[in-house]
Structures are given as structure tokens and as C-alpha cells.
Design a protein around this ligand. Structure first.
Ligand SMILES: [Zn+2]
Ligand SMILES: [Zn+2]
Length: 168
């Protein structure tokens, strides 16, 4: 081969290599762009997740606040019901006239806390769960403990069914 022709051929080879490496570089640029876009997406998603976590935390705190509020409302309601029941039963006791049981007899009446809502046989109001009730042993009727105590101080019979409290 003539040296000139050989040189030309070498030059063509170099051009070819340059072209293909340029194509490769373009491809690499494209991939880099895609990678960058995906990284940006990930960063964005991470930001969204962080925001949602903050929202969840906020909602949790809000929920705790509501729970606390409803708890204190329940306690207040219970106190009010108790006071009303006490006042009503004190009225019964003072207006009763009739002589009731003595303190020891009243203390011996069965007492327990209930786990179902049931009306008090003295004041007719619902007794909230976990409230201490006193029940009459011969008929099983029950009422708020203070209602029953005050009723029995003035009366010897069940306010609901008139069965004698001591079964006499
Ligand atoms: Zn009552
Ligand atoms: Zn009864």
C-alpha cells in the first residue's frame, strides 16, 4: 500500500472512532439527565413523605386532645349526675316522714360497681358504668349508693316494687 493511501485509511478510522465516541457521550448525557430527573423525583417524594408525617403527627396530637377533652367531659357529666342524684335523694330523705333503716342495716346492703347502664330505682336516672351502686337483697333493685342510703334512712321498702328492704 502506498504510504499516502495508508495514512488516509488511518484518518478515516480516527474519524469513525471519534463519531462513535461522540454518540456514546450523547447517550451518556441522556442517561445522566434521566438519572438527575429521577433523583429530583425522589427528593420531591421524600419531601411529600416528610410533610405527610408532619400531618399525621399533627392529627395524632389533635386526636389526643379530643380524647382528653371527652374524658374530662365524661368526668364532669358523672359529677353533675352524682350531685343531682344526691340532692334528689336528700329531698326524699327529708320529706319521707316514715322511719327508715338504721345506719348499720344500710351499710350491710350489697354494694358493687356495675358494668352496664341501668336506671337508679330512687332517682330514675341512668347510672353510669363503674359507678358504685347499692342493691336491695330481696328484690335486686339497685340505685346510686347515695340515693339508696338516703332513701333507706327514711323508708323501709324498695322505691321500685315496695318489697321490704330487710325482707320482713
Ligand atoms: Zn339515683
Ligand atoms: Zn325492688
Amino acid at each position: 500500500m502506498e504510504p499516502k493511501a495508508k495514512l488516509q485509511k488511518e484518518e478515516q478510522k480516527v474519524v469513525k472512532i471519534n463519531n462513535s465516541s461522540e454518540e456514546g457521550l450523547e447517550e451518556l448525557e441522556k442517561l445522566k439527565k434521566i438519572e438527575k430527573a429521577q433523583l429530583e423525583k425522589i427528593v420531591k417524594l421524600r419531601g411529600q413523605i416528610a410533610n405527610q408525617e408532619i400531618m399525621i403527627e399533627k392529627m395524632r396530637k389533635e386526636n389526643d386532645k379530643i380524647k382528653e377533652k371527652s374524658k374530662s367531659i365524661a368526668v364532669n357529666t358523672r359529677d353533675t349526675e352524682y350531685e343531682m342524684a344526691l340532692r334528689l335523694s336528700q329531698m326524699d330523705a327529708t320529706n319521707g316522714g316514715q322511719r327508715g333503716l338504721n345506719e348499720m342495716e344500710i351499710d350491710n346492703m350489697p354494694m358493687f360497681d356495675i358494668d352496664v347502664d341501668t336506671p337508679c330505682c330512687v332517682c330514675k336516672k341512668m347510672i353510669p358504668k363503674d359507678f358504685i351502686v347499692k342493691s336491695l337483697p330481696f328484690c335486686g333493685h339497685m340505685g346510686h349508693q347515695p340515693c339508696m342510703d338516703n332513701w333507706l334512712l327514711a323508708n323501709r321498702v324498695c322505691p321500685e316494687c315496695s318489697i321490704p328492704a330487710l325482707g320482713e
